[in-house]
Design a protein around this ligand. Structure first.
Ligand SMILES: *Cc1c(COP(=O)(O)O)cnc(C)c1O
Length: 469
């Protein structure tokens, strides 16, 4: 018998064996907008919240996000065992600080910082914080140079040059820091930074040019080497040099393994800083990011603060102060566990899956492929066949099988082009990809024989929404 009512101790046990869903607390709705008056058993609180989150979809079928949705159990173990460590408290956790330092060194090495360079870097919450830091450093460094040359830095606004395929964190940066964002438009023939137009945007008030290693919309790499060449020429004939920050949120942890000969990093003279998201192709759960400056001279000293560290002092430059170090430890776990060859084989398999998906989608003959998975493992396409349905309908339809594959318009100038995108991550294996393609083709067949389409041609939008076939 499991439960006996004989002793006080046993009565207590009885409380613990009450099934959670049989508990009185489960009869009550959870207070949503005010603090509950009384405590709940932790098991019950756990179950209620778990249930609340039940319909959130399956992260691994979410082909919309770049963020990792799988880590090995040992990684999760070490991360959950280190949640209490505060990444900023270098004197309480000097070993953790040391792991962060190792990560910075490993990443600088992956990005080909040379021994002659005196690089400096930090972890961040993600690329957004890292981009903010990269942008601030460019702004402060530009201001110093401009002041020395006697430019009017008070009434004229500085500018930042970037392709219109930028991620929104750059818009935030420009708004927060009162910087004019000069956009180099994408067009049908330029799905990444258009080098023919970039110099038209550059002048003495340019704090820097941002190159993107993987444009979020299309997955294409900007031609950083070409940009470096252009700016090298420009810098020869101008007093105020213009440098490059590379937003490598996704590609920064992909290209070093899969495209090692592609020059986009510190091998290029004018690339002075690079950021990446550890939680994209660094293979860590969100959120960890990184930024590295090729040399301390590109990070103005006003942006460096010293915290005490084992009786000495250690520079910090991140925006955020306290946060858990567990993500940094997760990053170090991956580096140690996978090594270069591990990252190569994971990323290669991820890419094989992306290329397979791209090929299958192209072979339907209905779509024009913008990215076939050969840059970062992203496939994106537009509908070229004349169909009653749109990519929005297709997105809805594959959602019925649990797949999240968003359709969205390209940025300004191409906003009438609707595309659909699949982001392949390590946890989408070939078998799941085959299943996805089957579901995708089936969805097309269903749509072809559908009578009512939610997002179809304008006239159909007026009818009752729904799906019949
Ligand atoms: C994802 C992404 C960002 C933002 O990164 P977070 O890590 O989500 O803050 C910035 N730039 C590009 C190109 C991205 O793909």
């Amino acid at each position: 018998m499991l439960v006996s009512k004989k002793s006080k101790e046993d009565q207590l046990k009885n409380v613990y064996v009450t099934p959670v869903l049989g508990a009185e607390a489960c009869d009550e709705p959870i207070p949503q907008f005010s603090l509950p008056e009384n405590p709940l058993d932790p098991e019950i609180a756990y179950q209620l919240i778990k249930d609340d989150l039940i319909d959130e979809g399956n992260a691994r079928q979410n082909l919309a996000t770049f963020c990792q949705s799988y880590m090995e159990p040992e990684a999760v173990k070490i991360m959950s065992e280190t949640l209490e460590k505060n990444a900023i408290d270098k004197s309480e956790y000097p070993q953790t600080a040391d792991l962060e330092n190792r990560c910075v060194n490993i990443i600088a090495d992956l990005w080909n910082a040379s021994d002659a360079d005196d690089f400096i870097g930090t972890s961040t919450v993600g690329s957004s914080e890292a981009c903010m830091l990269g942008g601030m450093a460019m702004k402060f460094a530009w201001r110093k140079r401009a002041q020395e040359k006697g430019l009017d830095i008070y009434t004229k606004k500085p500018n930042l040059v970037i392709s219109s395929g930028y991620q929104v964190c750059w818009e935030k940066f420009c708004v927060y820091w009162d910087i004019e964002m000069r956009l180099v438009p994408l067009d049908e023939n330029h799905m990444s930074l258009n080098l023919d137009l970039v110099l038209d945007c550059v002048d003495d008030y340019t704090i820097g040019v941002v190159a993107i290693m993987g444009i979020t919309y299309t997955g294409k790499y900007d031609d950083v080497e070409g940009l470096d060449r252009l700016l090298e020429e420009y810098n020869k004939s101008h007093d105020l040099p213009v440098y490059i920050h590379v937003d490598g949120a996704s590609g920064g942890m992909f290209a070093p393994f899969i495209h090692p000969h592609l020059k986009w990093d510190f091998r290029l003279k004018n690339v002075v800083s690079i950021n990446t998201s550890g939680h994209k192709y660094g293979l860590v759960y969100p959120g960890v990011g990184w930024i590295i400056w090729k040399d301390k001279k590109y990070l103005p000293s006003e942006l460096i603060f010293n915290v005490s560290y084992l009786g000495g002092s250690m520079p910090t430059m991140a925006i955020n102060f306290s946060r858990s170090a567990s993500q940094i430890i997760g990053q170090y776990f991956n580096f140690l566990r996978c090594g270069r060859q591990g990252y190569i084989s994971i990323h290669r398999r991820t890419q094989d899956v992306a290329v397979y998906i791209g090929k299958e989608i192209e072979d339907t003959g209905l779509f024009e492929i913008y990215n076939d998975g050969k840059n970062i493992p992203i496939v994106c396409w537009k509908l070229k066949a004349n169909k009653e349905w749109s990519l929005y309908d297709l997105a809805d339809r594959v959602r019925m099988n649990g797949w999240q594959v968003p359709a969205y318009p390209l940025p300004d100038n191409l906003a009438d082009v609707i595309i659909q995108r699949v982001v392949v991550r390590q946890d989408l294996n070939m078998q799941s990809a085959i299943q996805f393609i089957n579901d995708f083709k089936h969805a097309i067949k269903e749509l072809d024989s559908a009578h009512i389409l939610i997002h179809g041609k304008a006239t159909q939008n007026k009818g009752p929404s729904g799906f019949t076939h």
